[in-house]
Structures are given as C-alpha cells and as structure tokens.
Design a protein around this ligand. Structure first.
Ligand code: ZN
Length: 270
C-alpha cells in the first residue's frame, strides 16, 4: 500500500494512492487499522506533502563502504554512527531545497528511509526490529559539506530547514511487490546527470541492526524516520538544479533547489 499525506482544498489528510493516480482519504492517521472516509481525490488535484511528520529523524553516517572511501575521513565505524536531523528539516516531494546564504558546498545524499509504525521501538532486538517498521520511503540527507568538516559535529551541516526531503509515499508492503528492503537499488540524478548508484544490500549495518541499536539509545515513536546512509557519488547542488532520488519499488523523490530567502519570522509572525 502506498500511504501519502496531501493537502486538498478541504485540508490536510493521509490517504492511500492506487496505481491509477487516485487517492482514497484516510480517517485520522494511517497506523493500525485504517478506516477510509469514502472521499477520493485525483492525485493531480492535490499537493503531496512529506508522507509523515516525524518527531525525529535518526540518521546513520558512513554506512556504505564506497561512501566511507570517498569521504576520506577514516575507516568505517565499528558501531552505527548516529546523528539527528530536526523535524523542521523535513520537506515534501516537489518542494525546494533552500541553500543557506553564502554556502557553496551543499550535497545530496539519497537514502532508504525507514518509517516506524504504531508500536514504536524501545530496547528491541534485531530479531524484533522489523515488526516495528511501518514502511519505507525515500530520503535525501542534504548536507552542507564545508560546515560538516569545520564544525566537527553535524547538527548545523545537516539541520537546515529543507535539508530532509521525504517521499513521495510510504510503501507498506515491499514483499507484495516482490521486493526486499535489504536489497533495493538507490540512485540520485541531478538535472538528469547520474550521480549516485548503490544497493541497500551494501549497507554496513543492516536495517534490523540499526533499529535495534537506535532503540537502545532513544525510543522510536510512531512515524519516526531512520535514514540508513548514502552510497557513493555525493556531490554539490546549486540553485536552479533539480535533484531526483529514486529507490526501486518506492518511486522517485524530486526536489528543486533554490537560494534561501532569509525572511525573518521571529516570534512566529507572518
Ligand atoms: Zn546521510
């Protein structure tokens, strides 16, 4: 099932997207037993949003050997290397990644994104971990490479607003498509030029290990997202370009790139 979150003239909802581009609206959230409102929309008539608003995005660094090599910052980690992206970094499909003022070295990182389901995950074993998964989507762990180097830790480099595109939908039944999350092709192109290509079978720490490891540090809540790391081929993106991250069975996540406008909304004013 493809779970989408969308904005229609009637407001924001979750829905199930079928193969004919029709969305069946869901009552409330998509976890557990789904109930439908009976209202249907054509995908063309609504705007798809990030398929989930996670309480946190937990990311894994240096989780593909060829990416570890291209970064040239030491060996692969002995244990999963965790960092967080703030929920405010999340961006929907079709929305613009905003390059911070003065920045010239913002990179794309196409990644398989794991979405945690209704039961969450706390202190789960690798054997229990997949039962905590709601589904999978595509993530782009957008990174300011110069700040990543100069800061020594990655909160700023990876935490800017718009630095976490997610979508376009959450696939809840990869086996039903004859696919396995542990072996999916991951690619990224910029303006049609191939940049990244890898397979999730190359993950140094696989999905059950990652979920178990993270769940022993912090409780994963329903809707939380785990970004599993990026294959080699990362590179710069500039205003005016278009980034397409694609994963087998999950469609493609397209975002334009623009300069940040710097408009202040201090105090929450418009
Ligand atoms: Zn990454």
């Amino acid at each position: 099932m493809r779970i989408v979150r969308f904005a229609s003239p009637q407001g924001m909802s979750f829905g199930v997207l079928d193969g004919d581009g029709q969305i069946a609206q869901i009552e409330g959230h998509p976890f557990g037993q789904i109930s439908f409102t009976g209202t249907r929309y054509a995908q063309a008539d609504v705007r798809l949003l990030s398929p989930i608003l996670p309480s946190k995005v937990v990311c894994v660094g240096k989780n593909y050997a060829d990416h570890v090599k291209e970064m040239n910052t030491g060996d692969a980690p002995k244990e999963p290397l965790l960092f967080l992206k703030p929920s405010t970094a999340v961006l929907g499909p079709g929305d613009a990644i905003r390059i911070p003022a003065g920045s010239t070295n913002v990179h794309h990182e196409a990644e398989l994104a794991v979405v945690i389901g209704a039961r969450g995950a706390r202190n789960v074993s690798p054997e229990q971990a997949l039962a905590s998964v709601f589904g999978y989507t595509i993530g782009n762990d957008v990174t300011e490479r110069d700040m990543q180097k100069s800061d020594g830790q990655w909160t700023r480099a990876k935490g800017f607003d718009s630095f976490c595109p997610l979508g376009p939908w959450i696939e809840t039944d990869l086996p039903g498509l004859g696919l396995d999350a542990a072996d999916l092709e991951v690619t990224c192109t910029v303006d049609g030029e191939p940049r990244q290509q890898g397979r999730t079978s190359q993950l140094l720490f696989g999905i059950p290990t990652l979920i178990s490891y993270i769940s022993r540090v912090m409780t994963l809540l329903p809707g939380d997202v785990v970004l599993t790391g990026t294959p080699s081929g990362v590179g710069p993106i500039r205003p005016g370009q278009q980034v397409v991250c694609a994963i087998q069975g999950l469609g493609s996540l397209t975002n334009s790139v623009t300069a940040a406008d710097g408009v202040s909304t201090a105090g929450g004013g418009a």
